[in-house]
Write a protein that binds this ligand. Structure first.
Ligand SMILES: [Zn+2]
Length: 259
């Protein structure tokens, strides 16, 4: 449903999506830190990381709780990492941007919102542990499979996705095996290759190439910026994916119009 004609509706939906985004950002952040800590990621009440005190109702509002408590735990007054609130805000903003891109409420938007939450989750875990758990990859593949059923052009959706996933994923797998042999050490983690396969299901082969190029560019940028030789590649792939979800179609048609 296109609602771009009504400014009021667009603003209203943006505000609602921002709130949803912060809630999901908060939840995925909590889940990611539980995975990194090796705790059960579904069961158990939320608790303060430092004093272990169970969090009450008023401690659980994304962004607002942080602001009103001055960025401290209500019980032990330890400073809570700003990362939590940043992830919540960024997740909210990325929800809004995805909507404003087409100003349309449809299955594709919901599909991309869920993918965005998955990308946030795996990036956070990868940043802390250099591991991308298979659960995130599987969730992404299931999301892609399920939403295909709601698309008008099912056949090209699945075909394009599979070609993208296997072509880009296979290419990278081949490249990294070759590099491993030359450099005699692991060049690219298995999780990164699986992640590239998963996200290229969404983009197809051409936008997949763009995604791969952007991922490397962003990765290189982080290496230079952080002055570290080993970085988690998952966040770079995730940012590139998000960019391609937003602008991939426009960039591709602009590029093709050059010929
Ligand atoms: Zn505490």
């Amino acid at each position: 449903m296109y609602i771009g004609d009504s400014t009021f509706l667009c603003v209203f939906v943006s505000i609602v999506l921002f709130c949803f985004g912060t809630v999901f950002g908060s939840a995925i952040n909590c889940m990611a830190s539980r995975i990194v800590a090796g705790e059960s990621w579904i069961k158990g009440k939320s608790h303060c990381e430092y004093c272990g005190h169970e969090l009450g109702f008023f401690d659980l509002f994304p962004v607002l709780s942080y602001v009103f408590l001055g960025g401290r735990c209500r019980y032990c007054h330890t400073h809570i990492s700003i990362r939590y609130v940043l992830v919540e805000i960024f997740c909210g903003l990325s929800f809004v941007l995805l909507f404003l891109n087409n100003k349309t409420l449809d299955a594709r938007l919901l599909e991309y919102l869920i993918l965005t939450v998955i990308l946030f989750g795996l990036s956070l875990v990868d940043l802390d542990s250099y591991i991308i758990p298979d659960g995130f990859i599987i969730a992404g593949i299931i999301n892609w499979l399920v939403f295909g059923l709601f698309m008008a052009d099912k056949k090209s959706y699945y075909l394009n996705g599979l070609i993208g996933g296997f072509a880009i994923g296979g290419f990278i797998l081949g490249m990294s095996l070759l590099m491993d042999r030359i450099m005699k050490k692991e060049s690219l983690g298995g999780g990164d290759i699986k992640l590239l396969f998963m996200v290229c299901l969404y983009t197809g082969p051409f936008k997949g190439l763009l995604l791969l190029f952007l991922s490397c560019l962003i990765g290189l940028f982080f290496v230079v910026l952080l002055k570290e030789r080993k970085i988690a590649f998952g966040p770079s792939i995730s940012i590139a994916t998000y960019f391609v979800l937003l602008y991939g179609d426009r960039l591709l048609s602009w590029y093709l119009s050059l010929f």
